[in-house]
Structure formats: structure tokens, C-alpha cells
Ligand binder design. Structure first.
Ligand code: ADP
Ligand code: MG
Length: 599
């Protein structure tokens, strides 16, 4: 992770960080281009506001001179009216500036989020295995906000301070060049103090953030795994751990605040010291008639302000670098190219559903050294039912994941109707191939929305028919709001078998050419499974790949493929394999009987 300021090993890293920050700023600027009208407007108002504001100290000094010398009433009223006018103009412009900047900020944030989400959902499945969900959502929520804030707010304040400092120095030179030269000692001192402060503060702020993230991660994890926590009765330990993390955050925050307090103290002391020197010298200038007392008052007002703005400039620079860290993380995601590209274009009118695995070898990206499939070859013939069986962990689900293109095999290839899977159009491919996974995932939406998921032109009749085919209609009809019932987060309000039936309906509604059922009937009762099988038998021309435990499901398959330890060990129909008295025979004897699923 890139962090320029905290890194202590020299100027090299820091220079690198600054270069990257400049690059990031450039990109952000490019992303803000659609907002160039409000941004230019904001800049114009910013300059206006600053210029108007700058006259105030000048006129304040004037008022003092007028009051001090012989009474010049008319002039007094003119000056005071001018002051009022400038103040008003300045406040108005400042308001417009702020509004326009905030508008651009909101628009930029939304644009970035959509862009980012669009890239994220297209990443390969392996990416989601190696990336925490929390990390992705915090990129979307926190980092994008931080990053647009940096362009809209920091750039805003940065520009304002820059314009202001330049203007102030013009006024100061005009009032007294000697005093101006004297004040030139201030900026380097201020900048130095600020720089030292930034270094420490940045680091500790980061630690605080990390620590907060750790505690919320812990809390999230506990809530997520509440069933496990409950069944191990570890509630108390979880609470204690959470408390420990919060305490850690607490102490880090105290450290942060002490650093800040020390900084404020040093800053204040230097400020006062410089002002005393200036008063002393200014008094000398007034005595020798080189300056009026009003001018000295104006000058001191400018000088105080200039100090504030210089500090802001330096601070902003550090803060911008910091926000660029967030930007950098967002860019990493934005630039990420999915390792399984989805750019095929093939969309044939008709598909037979003929699948061939040819010497497919595969390891999961997270464990590249563990071969999971070892030169697997088999074929799903069009319109036939093929069953994958074998001991748990043998690689059945992995075969299905490859067929779904969740991963790309390292060796060998998978063909659909003679063409590599990657040649097919992504949307087309997944309409033709329907998967009912091992653990069906439903969305916190209505039953209808879950079944018609991802289909635009799906009528209520289509949904009803699919639900009937999946034998889900009977229990849906019994629910209070029927098809409009919300299934709750991840389908939490439904039983396992009900979820599976909805998932099967979701697969069937798109009239696939190839249906994949990965232990889809594992939580189904015998009756539902039987009904569903009847439907599947009626579907002419549908190619089915089924992974099942129950003998009954497997027995009727046209072909059975036995996979063990990443290899195809046997192939044939039930009779042939039983006669062979090999692995399948043993499985039937042992596994199926053990599960009590043998009829
Ligand atoms: P089956 O479905 O036949 O029970 P799987 O295909 O799920 O078996 O698993 C095959 C092997 O791959 C197992 O050893 C399992 O631990 C491993 N595996 C499964 N999924 C992943 C994953 N996402 N990342 C890494 N290894 C995995
Ligand atoms: Mg499995």
C-alpha cells in the first residue's frame, strides 16, 4: 500500500509519492471534466470573493487613520459603506463558490461510484475470493468520497488560499515594503512546523482509521457468524475482543489529540513572537514618519491572515497527498482488468448443448500449487442427462465452476457445440446455461423478482409456470403475499428446500439449453425431488448435468461420470458401472447407503 508521508526511508519514496499524487490529481481532473462549467463558475466566484475580502483590512486601517486625524466625516461614511459593500459581495461570492463546488463534488462522487461498481462486478470470481467484501464496499463508499472530497474541497481551499496569499502580499508590499521583507521569515518557519506536524499526524490518523476498521471488521464478522458464535457460546469472548479493539482505538485517538494540541501551542507561540517583532519595528516606522498607524493595523491584519493561509496551503498539500492515497486505491480497482475476460461475441440461433471437457487441468487462483482437476475429459451429449458422482472434495463443483466460466482452466479446453466457451457472448451464454448451485443464493427481493432475476421480458405466467415445474408453486401459494413475498436477506425466511425450489424455478424460467444442478436436491424431500425429476424428463432436448447424492437421481441418468481426486475414474450408465464393481459400486454400497438415501 502506498503511503508517502508515513514512510521514513528517505526522500526517494516521498518524491515517488508526490509524483503519483500528481498523476492521481491529473486523473481526477480528467474525471471532473464533465463538471467543467460548475467548476469554472466556482473558480470565478472564488477569485471574486477573495478579492473583495482583501479590501476589508485595508479599509479598517483607513478608518483608524480617519478617526485619529482631524475629523473627516464624509470620507468616514464612504469608507464604511465601501467596507459593507465589499463584505457583502465577498459573502455572496463565497456562497456561490461553495454551492458550485459541492454540486461538482456530488456529481463526481456518483460518477466515480458507478464507474467503480461497473468494474468491480465484472471481475473474475477469483478476485472476490481474494478480496474481502468489506474492502470492496469501503472502496465504493469511503474511498470514492474521500477522493472526490480531495478534488472539490481541497482544490477549492487550496486555490482560495493561493489567490489569497498572492493578493495579501500585494497589499502588504503596498503598505510597507520594509515590514513585508521582515515577515518573509514567517512562511518558512510556519511551513517547517506544519510539515513536521503533518508527518506525525498523518501516521497516527492512519493508525486510528486502521484500528477503527479492525474493530468494525470484528463486529461484522461476529454478526455474520452469529450462529457459530452462539453454538460455541463465545458471546462473552467476542464482546471482550471487541472492547479490546475499541480501547486500542481510544488510546490512539488520545495520542492523535495530544500531537494536535502540542502543534497548536507551538504554532501560537511562534505567531505571537513574530507579531511582537513586527509591532516593535512598526512602532519605529511610525515614529520616523514612514508609515501611518492605520497602515500598521492593516498590515498586522494582513500578516495574521497570511500566516493562516500559508499554513492552510501547506496543510492542504499534505491532506491532498493523503486523499490521493484513497484515489490511488480506487484507481487500482478502476484499472483492474478481469482475468477471465467476457468479450466473446458468438450468439448462435440454436444451440445443441453439446459440452466437451478436453484434458482440463485446474488449480484455484488462491492455491495455485494444489492441482484440483488433473486432465479431466468427458462429454455431455445433447438432450441427455449426465450425472457427476464421487466423494466429496473430488472436484465436481469445480467442473461446474469451470463450465460456468467462473475460472479459466490452466490447461485443456472446454467446448460448447465445438466452440471454446470464451467465444460466446457473456449474456447469451448465461441465458443458455442455467445453474442451480450447491447453496442457492437468493436476493432480498420478492419471489417473482428472484425467479425472473436478470430477465427483462418475463411475464407473470412464465414465472408461475417455472415455479410449478420446480414444484415451488404449492408452498408459494401458502405464503401470505404469495409471489410478492419478500424472501428476506439471502432468502433467510425460507427453508433450505424452499430456497432450492425457487432457485430451480429461476434456472428453468429462462428456458435453458443446458441445466446444471449441483446437489440442488440435497435439501429436498423425496416428493419434491420426484416431481422435479418428472418435469425434467418432460423437457425435450434439454442437456442436464446433475451432481447428486441420491441414488434415484443418479440411477436414471443416461451417463454417470465418477470423479475422484480430480480425475475421471469411471464412466458409463448405472448398469455398466454396477457390473464393473469399481468405484461407483463401492460408492453405491457405502456412501448412498450411509446417507440413508437408497430406496
Ligand atoms: P466436490 O464438489 O466434488 O465436493 P469441489 O469441486 O468443491 O469438490 O472441491 C474440490 C477441491 O477444491 C477440494 O479439495 C476443495 O477444498 C478445493 N476447493 C473448492 N473450492 C475452492 C476455492 N474456491 N478455492 C480453493 N480451493 C477450493
Ligand atoms: Mg460440490
Amino acid at each position: 500500500p502506498w503511503h508517502p508521508v508515513k514512510d521514513s526511508n528517505g526522500a526517494e519514496t516521498e518524491a515517488n509519492g508526490r509524483r503519483k499524487a500528481r498523476e492521481a490529481l491529473g486523473r481526477l481532473w480528467a474525471y471532473s471534466r464533465p463538471d467543467k462549467v460548475p467548476l469554472s463558475g466556482a473558480f470565478i466566484f472564488l477569485t471574486l470573493a477573495v478579492i473583495c475580502e482583501m479590501f476589508i483590512p485595508y479599509y479598517t486601517g483607513k478608518v483608524i487613520d480617519i478617526l485619529g486625524s482631524k475629523y473627516r466625516e464624509a470620507e468616514f461614511y464612504v469608507v464604511v459603506s465601501l467596507m459593507a459593500l465589499y463584505s457583502m459581495a465577498s459573502s455572496l461570492s463565497a456562497g456561490c463558490r461553495g454551492g458550485l463546488f459541492l454540486l461538482s463534488l456530488a456529481r463526481l462522487t456518483r460518477r466515480l461510484r458507478v464507474l467503480l461498481f461497473n468494474t468491480v462486478v465484472r471481475q473474475e470470481i477469483g478476485f472476490f475470493e481474494s478480496t474481502k467484501t468489506g474492502e470492496i464496499t469501503s472502496r465504493l463508499a469511503a474511498d470514492t468520497a474521500l477522493m472526490s472530497r480531495s478534488i472539490a474541497i481541497n482544490v477549492n481551499v487550496f486555490l482560495r488560499s493561493l489567490v489569497k496569499v498572492v493578493g495579501i502580499y500585494c497589499f502588504m508590499l503596498n503598505l510597507s515594503w520594509q515590514l513585508t521583507v521582515l515577515t518573509l521569515i514567517d512562511p518558512p518557519v510556519t511551513a517547517l512546523i506544519q510539515e513536521i506536524y503533518n508527518r506525525y499526524y498523518e501516521g497516527v490518523v492512519k493508525d486510528v482509521q486502521d484500528s477503527i476498521a479492525r474493530s468494525s471488521h470484528l463486529a461484522g464478522e461476529t454478526v455474520h457468524a452469529i450462529r457459530t458464535v452462539r453454538s460455541f457460546a463465545t458471546e462473552q469472548e467476542e464482546v471482550e475482543q471487541y472492547n479490546a479493539r475499541l480501547l486500542e482505538t481510544h488510546w490512539l485517538k488520545i495520542r492523535r489529540d495530544v500531537i494536535r494540541a502540542l502543534y497548536l501551542l507551538v504554532r501560537r507561540v511562534t505567531q505571537v513572537a513574530i507579531q511582537i517583532i513586527m509591532l516593535y519595528y512598526g512602532q519605529h516606522l511610525i515614529r520616523t514618519g514612514q508609515m501611518s498607524s492605520g497602515n500598521l493595523v492593516s498590515f498586522i491584519m494582513y500578516q495574521t491572515e497570511s500566516g493562516d493561509y500559508i499554513r492552510t496551503l501547506v496543510y492542504m498539500y499534505g491532506d491532498m497527498l493523503h486523499s490521493m492515497g484513497a484515489a490511488e486505491k480506487v484507481f487500482l480497482y478502476l484499472d483492474r482488468k478481469p482475468e477471465v475476460p467476457t468479450e466473446g461475441v458468438l450468439k448462435p440461433q440454436s444451440l445443441k448443448g453439446h459440452v466437451q471437457f478436453k484434458n482440463v487441468s485446474f488449480s484455484y487462483p488462491s492455491h495455485l500449487d494444489v492441482p484440483v482437476l488433473k486432465s479431466v475429459s468427458f462429454e455431455l451429449r445433447p438432450g441427455k442427462v449426465t450425472a457427476l458422482v464421487g466423494p466429496s472434495g473430488g472436484g465436481k463443483t469445480t467442473c461446474i465452476s469451470l463450465l460456468e466460466r467462473f475460472y479459466e482452466p490452466q490447461k485443456g479446453e472446454i467446448l460448447l457445440d465445438g466452440r471454446p466457451l470464451r467465444d460466446y457472448d457473456h449474456k447469451y451464454f448465461h441465458t443458455k446455461i442455467s445453474l442451480v448451485g450447491q447453496e442457492p443464493v437468493l436476493f432480498a427481493r420478492s419471489v417473482t423478482e428472484n425467479i425472473s432475476f436478470g430477465l427483462q421480458d418475463c411475464s407473470a405466467e412464465d414465472v408461475l409456470r417455472a415455479a410449478q415445474e420446480a414444484y415451488a408453486d404449492p408452498f408459494i401459494q401458502q405464503m401470505e403475499k404469495k409471489y410478492m413475498t419478500d424472501v428476506g436477506e439471502a432468502g433467510g425466511t425460507l427453508a433450505g428446500g424452499q430456497k432450492q425450489r425457487i432457485a430451480i424455478a429461476r434456472a428453468l424460467v429462462r428456458r435453458p439449453q443446458l441445466l446444471i444442478l449441483d446437489e440442488a436436491s440435497s435439501s429436498l424431500d423425496i416428493e419434491s425431488e420426484h416431481k422435479i425429476q418428472e418435469t425434467l424428463c418432460k423437457m425435450q432436448g434439454l442437456t442436464v448435468l446433475v451432481v447428486a447424492h441420491r441414488l434415484k437421481t443418479v440411477e436414471n441418468a443416461d451417463k454417470i461420470i465418477v470423479i475422484e481426486d480430480g480425475r475421471v475414474v469411471e464412466e458409463g450408465d448405472h448398469r455398466q458401472l454396477m457390473d464393473k464393481e469399481g468405484m461407483y459400486h463401492r460408492l453405491v454400497q457405502r456412501l448412498f447407503t450411509q446417507n440413508g438415501d437408497l430406496e
